[in-house]
Design a protein around this ligand. Structure first.
Ligand SMILES: NC(=O)c1ccc[n+]([C@@H]2O[C@H](COP(=O)([O-])OP(=O)(O)OC[C@H]3O[C@@H](n4cnc5c(N)ncnc54)[C@H](O)[C@@H]3O)[C@@H](O)[C@H]2O)c1
Length: 331
């Protein structure tokens, strides 16, 4: 498929690029579009790290700004000097448990920060604003109705302060499109796995604890189901959407790969040769979503995307990646 002919990309501004998915996206995009100049804006919260950008930090066509997307003055200054063609917003507070403890920072970054970025996009005539959203905006599905999947038409019914803030941002993105004519797209992806995720999330946390022979805390009975997708497949989807996706459209991205949390944890134990007796069930997360399952047929049919990474191979490689990094850290 040819690139869009109504805009040419020279500079792409990526927020949240020092985090898990953003850093994988930067590596991906600089690999497939070596002619693009990539500008990364990240506040470097606890979840972001310059180590995640080691592979690209010295490249001539890479520029990093430590900045908060809520800081209007600074963000406008960066847009003024960098003049990006398109903006991809990965920056977010992303951990559901933290949002339950302290919702406010989620409202600031995920909603207000998105608005600041879009205001800058309008002022500087950006050709496309792409919002990285999540399948969590749809709420959850029953575990005993496997035929039910989230489509782009599924009503928004978020459960946590995190997913509510992401849903609010999505509504704002569509409102900016309609009210101000800002060219936008949104992608709503399911749970990603892969390297460079902060070790508070299920897979890196469980690998760390398993290696350290610590208990493996699993919420409830571990029956909650997530639709796991390799981060590289997500990155390819975003690349396709920013180049070929239709203005004003939302695209679901999912791995069609539903796995219960308990099975992920058992898989980690098996892969690392540790006993399942490390698993302990802990009181369930408040409002815990039961099941996420994504219908990505719009993305598949319109843009020809499909997940390429085999789950068995991808998850084994991911577990090995964390094992290598964690094995020398004292437990
Ligand atoms: N991880 C998943 O499985 C998943 C699935 C679907 C969608 N998403 C979405 O993808 C995006 C990235 O998720 P992730 O897992 O990589 O998150 P992450 O927490 O690993 O990274 C977030 C990054 O944003 C930066 N950041 C936070 N607040 C900021 C601010 N105010 N200004 C500038 N930078 C700020 C952090 O420093 C960090 O580098 C999020 O929008 C999330 O909602 C994640």
């Amino acid at each position: 498929m040819a690139d869009r002919d109504d805009y040419k990309i020279e500079t792409i501004l990526i927020t949240g690029g020092a985090g898990f998915i953003g850093s994988n996206f930067i590596s991906y995009i600089m690999g497939v579009h070596p002619d693009y100049r990539v500008v990364c804006v990240d506040k470097l919260t606890y979840a972001g790290s310059m180590d995640n950008l080691n592979a690209v930090a010295d490249k001539e066509n890479f520029q990093f700004y430590k900045a908060d997307i809520c800081d209007r003055e600074n963000i406008f200054k960066i847009f003024e000097s960098e003049k990006p063609d398109i903006v991809v917003n990965f920056a977010a507070e992303s951990h559901v448990d933290r949002s339950i403890e302290n919702p406010e920072v989620f409202l600031d970054t995920n909603i207000k920060g998105t608005a600041v970025l879009m205001d800058a996009c309008i002022k500087y005539g950006i050709k496309r604003f792409h919002q990285i959203s999540t399948d969590e905006v749809y709420g959850d599905l029953p575990v005993d109705r496997p035929e039910l999947l989230f489509t782009e038409e599924t009503p928004l019914r978020p459960s946590s302060p995190y997913s509510s803030s992401k849903a609010a941002a999505d509504l704002l993105v569509m409102a900016y499109h309609r009210t101000y004519g800002l060219p936008v797209t949104i992608s709503r992806c399911s749970n990603n796995y892969g390297p460079r995720q902060f070790p508070e999330k299920l897979i890196p946390l469980m690998v760390f604890n398993t290696i350290s022979d610590k208990t493996l805390p699993v919420y409830g009975q571990g029956i909650n189901v997530r639709d796991w997708i390799h981060v590289d497949d997500h990155c390819r989807a975003v690349d396709m959407i920013i180049h070929h996706g239709r203005d004003g459209e939302i695209y679901n991205v999912g791995g069609s790969n539903e796995v219960a949390n308990i099975d992920i944890v058992k898989l980690i134990c098996r892969t690392l040769g540790k006993p399942e007796s490390l698993i302990t069930f802990v009181p369930d997360r408040k409002g815990h979503d039961l099941r996420y399952a994504i219908d990505s047929s719009k993305l598949r049919n319109e843009l020809g995307w499909h997940p390429e990474v085999d789950f068995e191979a991808g998850i084994r490689e991911t577990i090995e990646w964390y094992k290598e990094r964690y094995q020398n850290i004292p437990g």
